[in-house]
Design a protein around this ligand. Structure first.
Ligand SMILES: Nc1ncnc2c1ncn2[C@@H]1O[C@H](COP(=O)(O)OP(=O)(O)OP(=O)(O)O)[C@@H](O)[C@H]1O
Ligand SMILES: [Mg+2]
Length: 491
């Protein structure tokens, strides 16, 4: 009887043994690439590497398979790694635990909290790498989102679910502008991805740009420039996954992504290490494959919206460099910051005439469009004649359009220049524009103009806010806890 019990125990154990080899040993480490014999794993699978010498365990991802050799890249510093170290497959791809408790938290590129405020405690995870929503089920973009920045709201109006790029050379104000949007937007939730940027800027962003109130409705995903390329790459996906989670709760999410250039460079480093050929300006084909996949995940779905602002560093202010060119083609608008404008201490240094929001005409009312068009026209007239005016070659009275542009130059500049701490709601922005144009914008166009949505939603803030406010995140079987979403502050 007793023998049988022992046998049963062995049989039970044998049944539980997974015949697939889930461990392997490192056989080579070269640059970023780690090669191991085994484990049996698929591309994208997360593996654990034990490094006894440093008494650490690091996470890595399968990036290539060749015969029985598994090529891995680490998410973390590989100091102390040796041939013979154990590699254990997790059987899973990278995913991020999600819940309402993410608000106010700072995560690393693996979705782990790094702010010392404890675990996220969620039984629900979202995959870091996912497909974009089906284009046919995406809601049309019809509603205005407020960024709190006059030049954008007034002249480059953005819709909920729109994706815009912020392009400039270094030090012209991209990150500062993202900070202004994070603090002032009327989106329900901010997801801020700081990818490959300076580590120093992270605390600046949290303390200066967001402040306690902004942080409470934000989630930050941080993967600074000294993180391994895989961490920078996956940080971008984790941030997008977190934004998708909040979108699935029916919320309006603002994804602030700094920067796509660093994301592309991380992909390039990985591509080159795994033997891809350098194609356009050293960027490997996988860079151009991954960008649309990442950027298309943003936008509307059938549940909520993710409005995306993505920064792109343009080397030497060259807007035709391959990353800028590719991103511009994917996104629904571009905001160009100009060094020339910044040098005049005109901030935010948005070159309005060179920038475009492809959906501005859909989301703004007819009179607003007219007023914005009038201001743009005056700016264009002034820009064309600027050299003449500056050298005193223009004689007032000889061209009424130029006279008008000169007369309105200062009011327009006053409208466009905005201090970092200055917030402007859409009604305030429109009132200022109406004053410049000496026109009256009807009340129904102030705030949220909804040209083609159902009557129930039209201009009814109650209905509009229905998905936000005190949330218990319908539609998701999660432990969202009681943290909830703060009251949105819409016009
Ligand atoms: N709205 C603003 N008001 C006043 N100064 C500003 C403003 N925006 C930017 N600046 C100035 O420009 C500097 C650089 O800004 P910021 O770091 O945002 O640029 P960036 O484009 O993100 O640079 P990088 O490409 O190096 O990341 C700031 O330190 C600040 O001095
Ligand atoms: Mg920056």
């Amino acid at each position: 009887m007793e023998n049988k019990t022992i046998l049963d125990k062995y049989l039970e154990t044998a049944e539980q043994v997974d015949p697939i080899k889930c461990t392997g040993r490192i056989i080579k480490v070269q640059g970023l690439l780690i090669e191991s014999r085994g484990p049996q794993a698929i591309i994208g699978e997360v593996c654990r590497i034990d490094i006894p010498k440093e008494k650490t365990i690091i996470q890595a991802e399968v990036v290539g398979l060749r015969d029985d050799i598994v090529q891995l890249m680490a998410f973390e510093d590989t100091a102390g790694i040796e041939v013979g170290n154990l590699v254990v497959a997790s059987g899973e791809r990278l995913s991020v635990p999600v819940s309402g408790k993410l608000l106010g938290r700072v995560l690393d590129s693996l979705g782990r909290p790094t702010d010392g405020k404890g675990d996220i405690e969620s039984s629900v995870s979202y995959p870091a790498v996912a497909d974009a929503p089906n284009p046919l089920t995406r809601r049309r973009i019809t509603q205005w989102i407020s960024t709190g920045v006059r030049a954008i709201d007034g002249l480059l109006s953005a819709g909920r679910g729109q994706r815009l790029g912020i392009f400039s050379g270094s030090g012209v104000g991209k990150s500062t502008l993202l900070g202004m949007i994070a603090r002032n937007t009327n989106a329900d939730v901010n997801v801020v991805a700081l990818i490959g940027e300076r580590g120093r800027e992270v605390n600046d962003f949290i303390e200066n740009d967001l402040g306690p109130e902004g942080l409470a409705r934000s989630v930050l995903i941080v993967s600074p420039s000294n993180a391994p390329p895989l961490a920078r790459l996956r940080g971008a996906y984790v941030a997008t996954a977190v934004a998708e989670y909040f979108r699935d709760q029916g919320l309006d999410v603002m994804l602030l992504f700094d920067s796509v250039t660093r994301f592309a460079r991380a992909q390039r480093e990985i591509g080159l290490a795994t033997g891809e050929p350098p194609a356009t300006r050293g960027y490997t084909p996988s860079v151009f494959d991954s960008m649309p996949k990442l950027l298309e995940r943003c936008g509307t779905s059938d549940k909520g919206t993710i409005t995306g602002f993505y920064t792109i560093l343009v080397d030497g202010d060259d807007m035709d460099e391959p990353i800028a060119d590719t991103v511009r083609g994917i996104l629904d608008g571009h905001i160009i910051l100009s060094r020339r404008i910044a040098q005049r201490y005109h901030y935010p240094a948005i070159d309005v005439l060179a920038s475009i929001s492809r959906l501005a005409s859909v989301i703004t009312g007819p009179v607003t469009k007219k007023v914005a068009g009038y201001i743009r026209r005056l700016m264009a007239v002034y820009a064309e004649s600027e050299d003449m005016i500056d050298v005193g070659a223009y004689h007032p009275g000889s061209n009424p359009a130029i006279d008008e542009a000169i007369a309105k130059k200062k009011p327009i500049d006053d409208f466009l220049i905005q201090g970092i701490d200055e917030k402007s709601s859409i009604p305030e922005t429109l009132a200022a524009m109406a004053a410049i144009a000496e026109m009256e914008i009807p009340p129904e166009e102030l705030g949220i103009y909804q040209p083609s949505e159902s009557a129930a939603e039209k201009g009814n803030p109650e209905v509009e806010n229905g998905s936000s406010g005190e949330q218990d995140f319908p539609g998701q079987n999660t432990s969202t806890g009681g943290s909830g979403i703060p009251e949105s502050h819409r016009e």
